[in-house]
Design a protein around this ligand. Structure first.
Ligand code: NDP
Ligand code: PMR
Length: 393
């Protein structure tokens, strides 16, 4: 494997200096190779929401339909499960929402920052109205995450499964951008937003009577340096967490977790390490007590999704064929959605603390995380610092 990796890695990989996250992977790069030559509603379903139509801003206030659990003449039947999926307006989240909704066994709460986009997306994949509800959630704002939790509680629905799926990736950004609370955007959204959300929703999950409750945080191969993909620079590395400790605000401290210079691609990969560490820390702290299954996964390389929207056009053109024909790591959005749907509901995937992956025949297996992404001490530290940053400690 190491030999294979060395054979197909570009020279850019070889010349990259470990620990130094140069700007070489930004908009002048493609697959790690310098390419500077090429380019330099439904109103009933809302308690409160705001949306824009052109220049018009509107606010709709309404109530949720009351949820009644399924019982058949006193006998308990498996009622429809309720699954919250963040970032269900496109890509993996949407494909998973569709896969679960069409089984008829799940009601999907699409937790999205753009209501109209989510509504159109649900319609475009043929989801029927009775199988989903869209609720506003902007993970780049702690207020919004807290409001979402309030709105969800008021809906009266139980929470059976939570899928932390949403993410942003800013590979071409030269300067960091920040969440409403002043944290670097990728880690702020992908990690801190989800950390707050899942901590606040844990009690609701505890209260659910669903037989297989699960909290899933989407990870990735690119955060795992025990893989070829995870060795493409810039590599994930949380260092001694000094930037996270300092608040990732880019002013008096670094915007990067390890305290280094800003690098959007690295910030994304670091955020995925945090996602995978958080899943394991949840498992250690709460699995035994609650019976909840905590899991993460790498769904495959879904090279066609909106995740790459900020990458240069040439990357977006070549990335899918590169993954299809060279690395063979490509999966369609539909296939990836089926995989995540398995982690949500398949009776054989109930083991907690697992990072799932799929082999060439699309069979699931328990994958190994990198040393850093499975470091229990780091997981605890990330947890403790994060709970201070989100205002829980
Ligand atoms: P997409 O860009 O298609 O989906 C990301 C979703 O996150 C969108 O719905 C987006 O909303 C939402 N989102 C972004 N920012 C926020 C925010 N502040 N608040 C709420 N929602 C937000 O990408 P993917 O489907 O590819 O990514 C989904 C997950 O899969 C991510 O966790 C990613 O790390 C992971 N993953 C992806 C891989 C891939 O190859 N694509 C490989 C491995 C893991 P909007 O539609 O409004 O932009
Ligand atoms: Mg990667 C088996 C090899 C493999 C796999 C499965 C991926 C997945 N990638 C692989 C290899 C390589 N990639 C190689 C050899 C290169 C150098 C030519 C390479 C490059 C590359 C770039 C520039 N790959 C990328 C990028 C991105 O911008 C993507 C990224 O890192 O986003 C954070 C990416 C990805 N490669 C993957 C996957 C799944 C991604 C999307 C990352 C994610 O969602 O976590």
């Amino acid at each position: 494997m190491a030999l294979q990796a060395a054979a197909i890695l570009p020279s850019a990989l070889a010349i990259h200096k470990e620990g130094k996250n140069s700007a070489s992977f930004k908009d002048s790069n493609l697959f790690g190779i310098s390419i500077s030559d090429h380019v330099k509603a439904d109103k009933r379903e809302f308690i409160s929401r705001k949306f824009s139509i052109g220049a018009i801003r509107a606010e709709a206030v309404a109530t949720y339909p009351v949820f009644t659990p399924a019982t058949v003449q006193g006998k308990k039947t498996l009622r429809k499960g309720t699954v919250v999926i963040t970032g269900a307006s496109s890509g993996l989240g949407l494909a998973t929402a569709k896969a679960l909704a069409e089984t008829g066994k799940w009601h999907v709460i699409m937790a999205c920052r753009d209501f109209l986009k989510a509504e159109r997306a649900a319609k475009s994949v043929g989801m029927s109205k009775e199988n989903y509800t869209i609720m506003h959630l902007d993970l780049a704002s702690f207020d919004s995450a807290r409001q979402f939790v309030e709105n969800f509680k008021q809906s009266g629905r139980p929470l059976d499964v939570l899928v932390c799926n949403a993410a942003v990736y800013q590979p071409t950004a030269r300067e960091p951008s920040f969440t409403a609370d002043g944290f670097e955007l990728s880690v702020g959204t992908n990690h801190l937003g989800h950390f707050l959300l899942s901590r606040l929703l844990l009690d609701d999950m505890k209260q659910s009577d669903y037989p297989s409750k699960r909290l899933i945080i989407v990870g990735s191969i690119t955060g795992n340096t025990n893989t070829l993909a995870g060795n493409v620079p810039p590599k994930a590395n949380l260092g001694d967490l000094r930037g996270l400790q300092g608040g990732l605000n880019g002013l008096n401290t670094s915007s990067m977790i390890d305290g280094g210079d800003f690098d959007g691609a690295k910030a994304y990969k670091d955020s995925k390490v945090c996602n995978m560490l958080t899943m394991q820390e949840f498992h250690r702290r709460y699995h035994e007590e609650t019976g909840i299954t905590f899991a993460s996964l790498y769904p495959g390389c879904i090279a066609t999704t909106g995740l790459f929207r900020e990458h240069i056009p040439l990357f977006r053109l070549l990335f899918p064929p590169f993954q299809k024909f060279i690395t063979k790591g490509f999966v369609s959005e539909e296939e990836a959605g089926n995989r995540l749907a398995q982690v949500v509901s398949d009776p054989s995937l109930t083991k907690s603390g697992v990072y799932w992956s799929w082999n060439k025949d699309s069979a699931s297996f328990e994958n190994q995380l990198s040393q850093e992404a499975s470091n229990a001490d780091k997981a605890r530290k990330v947890w403790e610092i994060s709970e201070k940053l989100v205002g829980l400690a």
